[in-house]
Design a protein. Structure first.
Length: 271
């Protein structure tokens, strides 16, 4: 965010701006009206102060802004109003992220098939490269990572240093792309219907534990989207117990979907 008069003193000029509201500086005393804008795509243009002005440009982190604001060190009214508004509305926390959370692997690096109908060019490493370099994604969910050959690929990438596991969860590629490893599994509900679910996990070790558990219920753990024989509630209990996140996949398709084949309400499984 930029607070100031960027037309008069374009120290920092926004590429885009959006007006939020206007306010009077001193109602009852002056009719001066100020306008509050959100500036984006900021570009530094250099200092252009008036002859009697002493200005300094400094980039300040959010925590520093909070400290300056709430300790009374900021005295300028328009700055206080602008900052309080943005903190209240949460604009400091907004950032656009682009993601795809349902990506299949065709085969592992060893040549072992994973998703039969997917391209053989789709492996863990190639998906990361394509997602970052050609698609410009920030986050991806690869949902065939419970397959042991894929787990081996991930371990090799981590050992080689090509990828790193983040302390807060996820796997980082090129310090830009965050990969959420997951697995797609199919349930067998009490009413006879089948639904596909996506299970996401923060850490590889947790995913490996999930793979070992699923091996007890799946005829071929190497392949994707296999029927477990478990109900959605039972799968949820396993995933939740491991600290993962479970969501239904392609919920409205007529075959093997949550609403298409099994349930009328989300609450029948998740509450």
């Amino acid at each position: 965010m930029f607070v100031g008069n960027w037309k008069k003193k374009p120290v920092i000029r926004p590429g885009r701006s959006k007006k939020f509201f206007s306010f009077y500086t001193s109602p009852g005393y002056s009719d001066e009206l100020l306008h509050l804008f959100l500036g984006k795509d900021l570009e530094f243009k250099g200092k252009k102060p008036d002859p009697d002005e002493l200005l300094a440009t400094e980039i300040i982190e959010r925590q520093q802004i909070e400290e300056l604001l709430f300790t009374g060190k900021v005295k300028d009214s328009k700055t206080i109003i602008g900052l309080l508004y943005f903190f209240k509305r949460g604009f400091f926390m907004l950032k656009e992220y682009f993601g795809d959370f349902h990506i299949h692997i065709g085969q592992a690096q060893s040549g072992s098939p994973v998703k039969i109908t997917a391209s053989r060019k789709l492996n863990f490493a190639s998906i990361a490269r394509e997602s970052l370099e050609r698609k410009g994604l920030d986050l991806v969910g690869i949902i065939d990572c419970a397959s042991p050959p894929v787990i081996a690929d991930i371990e090799n990438l981590l050992v080689s240093g090509e990828m790193t596991e983040l302390s807060a969860g996820g796997i980082c590629y090129q310090n830009q792309l965050v990969i959420i490893p997951g697995a797609e599994v199919a349930s067998k509900e009490v009413n006879g219907g089948q639904a596909h679910y996506l299970a996401y996990f923060p850490f590889l070790e947790v995913l490996k534990e999930f793979s070992l558990i699923m091996k007890q219920y799946i005829s071929n753990i190497n392949l994707s989207s296999q029927v477990t024989g478990l109900t959605g509630k039972e799968i949820l209990q396993i995933v939740d117990g491991l600290g993962g996140l479970l969501v239904p996949a392609h919920v409205f398709t007529p075959h093997k979907s949550f609403y298409g084949r099994c349930f009328n309400s989300y609450q029948e499984v998740f509450f």
